[in-house]
Design a protein around this ligand. Structure first.
Ligand code: PRP
Length: 208
C-alpha cells in the first residue's frame, strides 16, 4: 500500500468509527461522530504544519512560543465532505473554506463537477480536501486536479474510509498528496460502494 497512506492508530478513532458503521446509528449521532472523527484526524494530519517563533506576555512575564505560519484552506467535497468541516473549524478557527461540488455518476462512477467558486489566484498555503469516502478515488482526484490548476502549493486528503482501489488510484494520480483516514476497508463492490464500509455517507448524514 502507498507510503502516503496514514491510517489513524488512535483508539478513539477506532471506537468512533465502529459506532459510525453501525446500521442502528441514527442521523444525529452519525453527524456527531463524523464531526468528532474529523477533529481527531485533523489533529494527526496537521502534525507537520509550519510554525514561526513568537513572544507571548504571560501574567508573570514574557515566554517564547510559536504561532502557525500557514494559511489553511478546507476544501469539502459536496455533499458528504460538509460533515467534516465543523469539527476541524473548532480546532482551526482561522481556516478558509472553499467548497467544491462533485457528484458521482451512478452508471459510470465518474465524478461530475457542479460547483466551483475558487477565486482566480490561490489564497491558502495548505489545502485539506475533505471527503469521508475514498471509493474509486475519482472524486478526490478530480478535486485535487482542480486545486493544482488553481495553484494550491500543498494539498492533503482527509477522509474516514478508503477502499484499496481508491488509495491506489489517488496515489498514482497525485503521489505528492498524503492521505489521512480512519480505516482502510476490504474492497469496492460492483456498484462502487466500500465494503464493509458504512453505507452512503451523504445519505446517512443528511437523512436522504
Ligand atoms: C460519494 C462520496 C465521495 C464519492 C466517493 O459522493 O461522498 O464524494 O462518492 O466516490 P469515488 O471515490 O468513487 O469518487 P456522492 O457522489 O454519492 O455524492 P454525495 O456526497 O452528494 O452523496
Amino acid at each position: 500500500m502507498s507510503s502516503n497512506l496514514h491510517i489513524s492508530p488512535h483508539p478513539l478513532v477506532k471506537h468512533k468509527l465502529t459506532l459510525l458503521r453501525d446500521v442502528a446509528t441514527d442521523h444525529r449521532l452519525f453527524r456527531e461522530l463524523v464531526r468528532e472523527l474529523a477533529l481527531l484526524l485533523c489533529y494527526e494530519a496537521t502534525v507537520d504544519l509550519a510554525l514561526q517563533p513568537s513572544i507571548v506576555n504571560t501574567p508573570m512575564g514574557q515566554a517564547s512560543g510559536w504561532q502557525s505560519s500557514e494559511i489553511i484552506g478546507l476544501v469539502p467535497v459536496l455533499r458528504a465532505g460538509l460533515g467534516l468541516v465543523d469539527g476541524i473549524q473548532e480546532l482551526l478557527p482561522a481556516v478558509q473554506v472553499w467548497h467544491i461540488g462533485l457528484y458521482r455518476d451512478e452508471a459510470t462512477l465518474r465524478p461530475v463537477e457542479y460547483y466551483n467558486k475558487l477565486p482566480e489566484a490561490p489564497t491558502v498555503q495548505v489545502c485539506l480536501v475533505l471527503d469521508p469516502m475514498l471509493a474509486t478515488g475519482g472524486s478526490a482526484i478530480a478535486t485535487i486536479d482542480i486545486l493544482k490548476r488553481w495553484g494550491a502549493p500543498r494539498i492533503k486528503y482527509l477522509g474516514i474510509l478508503a477502499a484499496p482501489e481508491g488509495v491506489d488510484a489517488l496515489s498514482k494520480a497525485h503521489p505528492d498528496v498524503p492521505m489521512h483516514i480512519a480505516e482502510l476497508d476490504e474492497r469496492l463492490n460492483d456498484i462502487g460502494f466500500i465494503v464493509p464500509g458504512l453505507g452512503d455517507a451523504g445519505d446517512r448524514m443528511f437523512g436522504t
